[in-house]
Structures are given as C-alpha cells and as structure tokens.
Design a protein around this ligand. Structure first.
Ligand SMILES: CC(C)(COP(=O)(O)OP(=O)(O)OC[C@H]1O[C@@H](n2cnc3c(N)ncnc32)[C@H](O)[C@@H]1OP(=O)(O)O)[C@@H](O)C(=O)NCCC(=O)NCCS
Length: 178
C-alpha cells in the first residue's frame, strides 16, 4: 500500500490561503463537469465568494470543514452542515465533496468520507444525508462505503454545461455500520 501524498485536517479558522486553495479545487471540479451547485463558466470571484460564505459558517459553528493538502496546496475538501432545525440535532448534511482532478482515483475521496464521518461523531451527529449525481463518481463511492441509497429524483439539477441530471439521495447511520 502506498503512503498518501496528502494530509487531512479540520479547519476551524479559514484563512485567505485556504480560501484560495479551495477556490482552485472548486474551479477545477466545475471545469471538469461536476454538478456541484454551479454553472459554467464559474468565475474565480464567484467561487471565492462561495468559500468566504463557508468560512463565515465555519466561524459560526454552522459547518465543519475538512481540507486535504498536498505539496501543491489544497487538493480536496468536504463539509458537514450542522446548522439544521432544532428537531434534527442528531443529523448533519454532507456537502461539497471535491477532489482536484490531479489527485483523483488514489483514495482521497474515501479518506475524506471516513474523516467526515469521524468528525460527525465528534460533533454528536449520528445520521448523515447527502445527494449525488445518479450513477456518478460520487454515488459509486458512497455506495461502496456502505451509504444507503434512498432513491432518485429525475431532473433534479443541471450539469454545469447545461442539461438536466438525476440526483440520488443517500443516508448513513453512524455507530451502527460505521
Ligand atoms: C467523487 C470524487 C470526490 C471521488 O474522489 P476520488 O479521490 O477520486 O475517490 P477515490 O480515489 O476514493 O475513489 C475513486 C476510484 O478510484 C479507485 N481507487 C482508489 N484508490 C486507488 C488506487 N490507489 N489505485 C487505483 N484506483 C484507486 C476507487 O476504487 C474508485 O474506483 P471506482 O471509480 O471504480 O469506484 C471525485 O471524483 C470528485 O471530486 N468529483 C467531482 C466533484 C463531485 O462530483 N463530487 C461529488 C459530489 S456528490
């Protein structure tokens, strides 16, 4: 087994360097055709504005942000949205799972998911929910890691270059089969 070329950490205070690196990763994913809330062309300014909003959410304790870094900088990330209605204190949404194309298919996606699940437990969250493009790289990863497929919503979102895509919803109960 090869040693990972990245390190993972939870970021509690998101500085400008991290925002810059996260912006690079988001731009790369959207340019690569990933359906992650944004349309092409995504400008650097819009991408940075998104991450500045995330940084405010992290500072407010509304989100947990995990970042992977290699020798070139930020190469992957995932978030837990913790700011949910008061009747769902045990739950979090997993969102913005992004791996730069330069480091894909080396196990970073799996490592980010496992780190996110561990972080969720640390935050007292035992039920996670996410959605992914039906049949996409993310959906395959989540099924492989034991997430339960709830079902598909046809035409839920657009691909960044246009055209409707189906979305699959998944959940995972932590502490049972984690
Ligand atoms: C989905 C995504 C996060 C996966 O990241 P990743 O780092 O490539 O994930 P992994 O490396 O853990 O797994 C990907 C594949 O590589 C394989 N792999 C993992 N380590 C490997 C290794 N050392 N050698 C060869 N293959 C390997 C895995 O088995 C998996 O194979 P599969 O695609 O046939 O299922 C990434 O493709 C991505 O960021 N996509 C764009 C954004 C996106 O769609 N995010 C999901 C939103 S829901």
């Amino acid at each position: 087994m090869t040693t990972p070329t990245w390190s993972l950490r939870r970021v509690h205070a998101v500085d400008d360097a991290v925002i810059d690196g996260l912006t690079d990763v988001l731009l790369d994913c959207v340019e690569g055709g990933a359906s992650v809330s944004f349309m092409q062309p995504l400008t650097r300014e819009r991408a940075m504005a998104f991450w500045r909003g995330v940084a405010r959410g992290v500072a407010a304790g509304e989100r947990a942000l995990l970042v992977a870094e290699d020798a070139e900088g930020v190469c992957g990330t995932v978030q837990l949205i913790l700011d949910l209605p008061e009747n769902q204190p045990h739950r979090a949404d997993l969102a913005k799972m992004l791996v730069h194309r330069r480091v894909r298919r080396q196990g970073l996606g799996e490592a980010l998911m496992k780190a996110a699940e561990a972080t969720a437990l640390e935050c007292g969250r035992t039920l996670l929910v996410l959605d992914a493009v039906t049949g996409g790289d993310g959906a395959r990863l989540y099924e492989r890691l034991g997430w339960v497929r709830v079902g598909d919503v046809p035409g839920f979102a657009l691909f960044p270059q246009g055209g409707l895509c189906s979305t699959t919803f998944f959940y995972r109960e932590l502490g049972r089969n984690a």
